[in-house]
Design a protein around this ligand. Sequence first.
Ligand code: ZN
Length: 198
Amino acid sequence: MDLYSGYINRLIGELSLLPGIGYKTAQRLAFHMINMPKESVKKLADSMVEAREKVKYCKCCYTLTDNDLCPICSDNARDHKQIMVVENTRDMNAYEKTGRYNGVYHVLHGAINPSLGTGPNDIKLKELIERLEREVDEVIIATNSSIEGETTAMYISKLIKPTGVKVTRIASGVPVGGELEYIDEVTLSRALDARVEL
Ligand code: ZN
């Protein structure tokens, strides 16, 4: 016997599919939503649909953006010959917050992870190599220091080295297994300054 209405059950079901949300949290959120003013629920739903429909990949660095080119790629004051490779848009934001980096980025949207079946073709790697056809001085690999991040860094370095472009890896001031977005700005700046050539 279903204790709740079919609508509530469906809402709980959908919410519990989200990362980090178990059944209990989904239940709590669902009941919260039922008690919210109707306009607030509509705002929430609209913002989800709109974000999903309108946000797209930047044509150059593949970060998530509202326009064809993100604000960083369309900024002529940035050094477009220095490309920092990050796993996701959140990591890119973390580096931007340091205010110490004036190059551009490339967002992979993941890392190579054989146990999850994520191979080189499942992340934006081909797109990075294509960018090297234009003049590039340095590729800074700033993937996480997890096993997946390191595997990805090694893979990218092997791929780029034959092209003659300088490849560096951010220093390990970043704790092992640490996700970039949780690390403070000082540590990030240091890791960038102390990067080593691969
Ligand atoms: Zn961009």
